[in-house]
Design a protein around this ligand. Structure first.
Ligand SMILES: CC/C=C\CC(=O)SCCNC(=O)CCNC(=O)[C@H](O)C(C)(C)COP(=O)(O)OP(=O)(O)OC[C@H]1O[C@@H](n2cnc3c(N)ncnc32)[C@H](O)[C@@H]1OP(=O)(O)O
Length: 720
């Protein structure tokens, strides 16, 4: 794991632990023994630590965090490095992160290859740099930079690292050769001034001022997240306490974070995100054995908000797009809007003026789909109507080249029904983007019963290329995301039973959702849900009224239909579940007594006796109903693994990452407890089939050993 050799009186300790040279036990042992051996060797003048392959260590081995660890610990290795009687040089390339950077900070000198990046990403794992990184970095950079880097987890370039004083030299070419050359230039110089444990923090007298300012920012930016504040406390300690005491404080704070629920969820999320990119189909095809096609050109059909957003994602990644829209005016508007949106990105510094021009150069509008015969992929994004989509796919089947992939941005419709009108159903799939498509990171890809592995591999790969997190779902009504989301349904029932919309929103926001369900509904428009409900009623041959309380034996709430009838369509009409001050163009929701009256009237008409509803019940009803559906989705193979579901929730519905996702959250609450509450709510609400307990959940609780491992999490010790 650490190869030791001596060259030109340099002991070279080459860390060899692919893929990222994580500081696993054997690496720590290798470093410790290597430094001791080199220090005792009279033929060695200096020691060089370097990573083999693509990077210097990118951190501690996160997998080790979930099991009892073994000494030597990183600080012990670090102090052995610092106290060596020979100068130690860390030669950085790739991503020198976390524990990797800490090892470098224990070294006496740091040389970085020009493209290297350094940083402390621990905060993304709900941790702090626990091998004295919070004590050492401020000694090099001063407090402000250390606070910014550690609390944000930002990776900085070699050039910036040089400016901040983190590295001593940036080199090009052969890193080892350049490091030796640098080492020769400083050999013989005293080591004491290079030992950070002996240095002070130069702006220590300003610490309270910097701490207060940074804390204020953090509390605003990371509501409910604890690690950034702990990072800050530890950095404050670095300035206020003697080195040893500061290191003890850091260790205490690190242990608290490590044993907490937030870090467990964030570490799980790190692996879940990577697991979601791996997929297996029931026929044995998988991401490991299927190669994607290269997509060189694309078309998007429909120039509405979704279509335009999808086009932006593609052109931003250099894929030329033909945007098809029959309505000329709409097409013109869409092309103009895309220009404005990209202009906004320029203003925000996310792209340059030239990059914007390059994007617009590869975008063209077209009024008909006849022009699409040469494109590699078509993404249809017209409104959610099966007949319309089938008509389009029938035409595409005749016009497009036989190898073209035909995809639909449907959010609910069965991919098999869409594919059935084509002669090449193996080339048909769903690519479900989330609004706004150019911002939201999730791409929910859907395969039908005839979708080929190549098609799946290509859309998953395309997602990665355009900067999305791709998750694969089997086709079904609503796929993973929309099928599972029961929050809106239960929230409406809770309002009928006694809660008010702002009570529910508050509880959900306190839980960590960025916005409550009723605020979201106002933002997207009350008419959207209304159309979906009307369409559903039409399909079932029923008429919905304001008194409808059951549909096909299922409980139904007509509260949102009442809002629609009152013309309260949400933010766009200045009134919805809340009121908005349109005069000042404010998007701030204001509690509206008219809505409360409307709710009370509704309950009176339907003779619903209202009661006090606790925050606990709101969370349980909204989340456990969703979790129950999640287990049904797993059971049916719609999602291959719970990680896929959690990633859909994090990136599609902004579920707080520090809670992992609904499935992980359930595992932390304890599946037995969740199951019992689901059974209780099923008894209480027999007319809501989403409370019918999932068989898989029942089995997990009663016979966990009979459940295949991929159906439960590999990374956690979930409580059963
Ligand atoms: C006392 C404690 C002291 C210190 C605490 C720490 O050091 S905590 C760890 C801090 N470091 C990090 O958080 C870095 C995490 N990794 C990354 O950000 C990226 O992996 C990285 C290094 C930028 C490389 O990105 P890339 O896109 O090239 O690869 P990918 O992310 O797909 O990772 C490749 C595989 O490596 C696994 N992996 C990455 N980092 C770690 C790690 N620190 N420990 C264990 N495993 C790691 C990752 O899961 C991938 O595995 P795979 O099986 O292929 O999914």
């Amino acid at each position: 794991m650490v190869d030791y050799r001596v060259e030109d009186q340099f002991a070279i300790l080459e860390i060899n632990n692919p893929p990222v040279n994580a500081l696993s036990l054997h690496v720590r042992e290798g470093l410790l023994n290597g430094v001791l051996r080199a220090s005792a060797d009279n033929n060695v003048k200096a020691i060089i630590l370097i990573g083999k392959g693509k990077t210097f260590p990118s951190g501690a081995d996160i997998k080790e965090f979930s099991r009892p660890g073994k000494a030597p610990w990183l600080p012990e290795v670090g102090h052995t490095i610092e106290s060596s009687n020979k100068p130690v040089f860390s030669a950085l390339h790739g991503t020198a992160l976390g524990g990797g950077l800490e090892i470098a900070l224990f070294s006496h000198y740091r040389i970085a290859e020009k493209t290297a990046k350094v940083g402390f990403p621990e905060v993304h794992l709900g941790l702090l740099p626990g091998a004295e990184g919070t004590i050492r970095l401020p000694r090099l950079t001063g407090l402000v930079i250390a606070m910014e880097m550690i609390t944000s987890g930002r990776q900085v370039s070699a050039k910036e690292a040089l400016k901040f004083g983190i590295v001593d030299k940036v080199v090009e070419g052969n890193l080892l050769k350049e490091t030796k050359a640098f080492a020769k230039s400083v050999l013989g110089q005293p080591l004491e001034p290079r030992k950070l444990s002996l240095c002070g923090v130069k702006d220590a007298d300003q610490v309270d001022k910097y701490y207060e300012a940074a804390l204020k920012e953090l509390l605003k930016k990371y509501r409910g997240v604890i690690a950034p504040v702990s990072c800050l406390k530890s950095i404050r300690g670095s300035a206020q306490l003697p080195y040893k005491e500061a290191a003890e404080l850091e260790r205490t704070l690190f242990s608290e974070l490590m044993s907490g629920a937030q870090s467990a969820a964030l570490r799980y999320s790190f692996f879940a995100e990577r697991a979601a990119s791996r997929w297996n189909l029931p026929n044995g095809a998988s991401s490991a054995n299927s190669k994607p096609l290269t997509i060189k050109s694309a078309a998007v059909i429909g120039a509405g908000t979704m279509g335009s957003g999808i086009a932006i994602c593609l052109i931003r990644s250099g894929i030329p797009v033909i945007l098809v829209e029959q309505n000329e005016k709409m097409l013109e508007n869409a092309l103009r809007n895309i220009g404005y949106i990209l202009q906004g990105s320029v203003k925000l510094g996310r792209m340059t003026v030239d990059q914007r021009s390059d994007c617009l150069r590869i975008l063209q509008g077209a009024a008909s789909i006849e022009k699409l015969k040469d494109v590699d992929i078509v993404i249809e994004a017209v409104y959610e109507n099966l007949k319309l989509k089938q008509e389009i796919f029938e035409k595409l089947d005749k016009i497009c080249k036989p190898t073209a992939l035909l995809c639909s941005n449907t959010s609910t419709l069965d991919i098999d029904l869409i594919a059935s009108v084509t002669s090449k159903p193996d080339r048909v799939a769903g690519t479900h983007f989330f609004a706004p498509a150019y911002i939201m990171k999730l791409l929910e890809n859907i395969y039908g019963s005839k979708t080929s592995p190549i098609t799946v591999a290509t859309i998953m790969d395309l997602g990665k290329k355009i900067g999305k997190i791709s998750v694969l779902s089997k086709t079904c009504d609503g796929f993973i995301a929309n099928r599972m989301n029961k929050i809106g349904t239960e929230a409406a029932f809770l309002v009928e039973e006694g809660a008010l919309p702002h009570d529910i929103d508050q509880v959900l926001e306190d839980f960590g959702m960025p916005m409550g369900v009723f605020k979201v509904s106002d933002l997207s428009g009350i008419d959207i849900g209304w159309s979906i409900r009307q369409e559903m009623a039409k399909k079932q041959g029923i008429t919905l009224t304001l008194e409808t309380h059951y549909v096909s034996g299922e409980r139904y709430s007509s509260l949102a239909d009442r809002l629609y009838n009152l013309g309260r369509l949400g933010l766009k009409t200045g009134k919805g579940w809340y009121r908005y001050n349109n005069a000042s163009n404010s998007r701030k929701p204001i509690i509206d007594p008219d809505v409360t009256d409307m709710i009370l009237n509704h309950c009176e008409k339907l003779r619903i006796k209202r009661r006090q509803i606790s925050p606990q019940e709101i969370i349980e009803r909204c989340l456990y109903a969703t979790v129950n559906e999640g287990f049904k989705i797993l059971e049916e193979g719609v999602a291959e693994k719970p990680e896929d579901i959690d990633i859909v929730w994090q990136y599609g519905f902004s579920f707080p990452r520090y809670r992992g996702g609904p499935m992980f959250y359930a595992s932390q609450v304890g599946l037995k407890k969740v199951y019992e509450r689901i059974c209780y709510y099923h008894e209480s609400f027999p007319y809501s089939k989403h409370w019918l307990p999932s068989d898989l959940l029942k089995k997990l609780v009663s016979h966990p050993n009979e459940v295949p491992i991929n159906l439960w999490m590999n990374y956690t010790n979930s409580k059963l």
